[in-house]
Design a protein around this ligand. Structure first.
Ligand SMILES: [Zn+2]
Length: 117
């Protein structure tokens, strides 16, 4: 089970996918019974959105629409999320379940693609 956070780091927005480890780390850093959700929101901004924006500016990450957030050595790390079969959309052309292909989806029935640039 992963948590998704939609953020607006770019004009099109980036979907952050938190691994369970990242989610736990975030809750630890952000948990404050006094401020609650507002504090958690600030924690996300400080520990994830700001460093992620820097990584994009430095060219360490492409401006991908889906970023997986994990924890390594106590630090948040970012990588491009690979499409998951379970997340594959239905083909807009023929209605078949699409398959992950690299960073996008391809319909195995009719060859239509989704998210490929
Ligand atoms: Zn199709």
């Amino acid at each position: 089970m992963t948590t998704r956070i939609n953020t607006q780091l770019t004009e099109k927005g980036i979907e952050l996918i938190l691994t369970p480890a990242a989610e736990n780390a975030l809750l630890e850093k952000g948990y404050d019974p006094t401020y609650g959700a507002r504090q958690l929101r600030r924690t996300i901004q400080k520990h994830i959105e700001d460093p992620l924006a820097e990584a994009i500016v430095r060219g360490q990450l492409v401006d991908s629409a889906r970023i997986e957030v994990d924890v390594e050595g106590g630090n948040f790390v970012f990588r491009e999320a690979q499409p998951q079969a379970a997340d594959a959309p239905l083909c807009y052309a023929c209605g078949s379940k699409m398959q992950p292909a690299g960073s996008c989806y391809v319909c195995s029935s009719c060859g239509a693609t989704s998210g490929c640039s």
